[in-house]
Design a protein around this ligand. Structure first.
Ligand SMILES: NC(=O)c1ccc[n+]([C@@H]2O[C@H](COP(=O)([O-])OP(=O)(O)OC[C@H]3O[C@@H](n4cnc5c(N)ncnc54)[C@H](O)[C@@H]3O)[C@@H](O)[C@H]2O)c1
Length: 319
């Protein structure tokens, strides 16, 4: 039997973060601890790192598909659950669709059922810009959904439907964020939005960068602390339900990123251009109007500041 520390102050809540040892989840945990909450992290460390988990958070190494999750919830009694754990790699989803489905859908259902059982007040999780598929609309708005070109995009789109039905049929208050391309310290190379972390590693190692296509493809890059702030603003907010883009509504091309990297790093690196990858979307930019309207979220980190902080992290942690 697990014994949890349960220090209650008036505005302190018990909050569970699955995937809290990962890139985005660990930053969210840091902020929740800073705000004084009791945080429990559940993570199987498949891509996350134990060292990323704040020392004041409680940690259980566990798979979100584990049926014992419900007994953990019965003891910890979370008011809020942030479900960041996922199979996050587009390419892996194409190589092993069964595993992607197992973690991203059956794992999700296991967590949702545990939330129902203990009457969690709010459940928040990320979807992805991948649900828009190759829709040629800019900016992309929440009422749209396209035809995802990967199983990862498809399981995220299906997850949105599960959240809707758990809300409508069982009264579980669910919020789903379509994160744009998130970047920042602690990001691995494999998941979504990895171009910035990949470039950072190559620059620090003095290696050339590879660009697929002409480099004029654009993405909506958002700094991880802004993504955390969107989660915090939505937490416990009754105005906030359903699907929200978490984005900057700004498109930045890969060539522009490279120009900014040259200025910020002062490094003189080579860039190789290779053939465009099949299935790559040309432009992606997500409207941020709904999140601003419903819970006052506006991303505040400039791209230069975010890139600077990220590069400093990669320099300091380069082995
Ligand atoms: N990084 C982005 O740009 C981006 C964009 C859109 C959506 N998202 C979503 O945000 C969430 C966090 O992504 P991230 O970029 O921080 O990835 P990440 O790989 O760093 O974090 C995922 C975490 O989940 C854990 N995990 C994976 N499978 C698990 C399982 N079966 N049981 C328990 N833990 C498990 C991993 O160990 C890791 O700590 C994911 O849902 C991802 O799909 C990320």
């Amino acid at each position: 039997m697990q014994v949890f520390r349960n220090i209650r102050r008036e505005d302190t809540m018990n909050i569970c973060v699955t995937g809290g040892a990962g890139f985005i989840g660990s930053h969210l945990v840091d902020r929740l601890i800073e705000l004084g909450h009791n945080v429990l992290v559940i993570d199987n460390l498949s891509t996350g790192m134990r060292s990323f988990v704040h020392e004041s958070a409680q940690f259980i190494e566990m798979d979100v598909r584990d049926p014992k999750l419900v007994s953990i919830f019965e003891e910890f009694k979370p008011s809020i659950v942030f479900h960041e754990a996922a199979q996050t790699m587009v390419q892996s989803s194409m190589e092993n669709p069964g595993y992607d489905c197992d973690v991203n859908l059956l794992g999700l259902i296991n967590v949702l059922d545990a939330c129902r059982k203990v009457k969690v007040e709010q459940f928040l999780m990320p979807s992805s810009a991948a649900v828009y598929g190759d829709l040629a609309v800019l900016p992309l708005t929440e009422e749209l959904s396209g035809m995802p070109s990967s199983f990862y995009g498809l399981t995220k789109l299906t997850a949105e439907g599960y959240l809707r039905i758990y809300r409508e049929a069982f009264g579980l208050n669910t919020v789903c964020f379509r994160y744009a391309n998130v970047y920042g310290p602690r990001q691995g190379d494999g998941g979504e939005g990895g171009v910035i972390s990949i470039f950072n590693r190559l620059i620090v190692e003095g290696k050339p960068l590879t660009v697929y296509g002409d480099g004029e493809q654009t993405r909506d890059f958002i700094y991880v602390e802004d993504v955390v702030e969107a989660n915090i603003k939505a937490m416990g907010n009754n105005n906030c339900t359903g699907i929200y883009n978490v984005s900057t509504n700004t498109g930045t091309s890969v060539n522009e990123l490279i120009t900014r990297f040259r200025t910020i790093s002062g490094a003189d690196f080579m860039v190789h251009y290779e053939a465009e990858r099949i299935g790559d979307i040309k432009h992606s930019r997500l409207s941020n109007a709904k999140a601003e309207r419903d819970f006052g979220f506006v991303a505040s980190t400039t791209l230069d500041d975010g890139l600077q902080k990220t590069l400093e992290y990669f320099k300091a942690h380069h082995k």
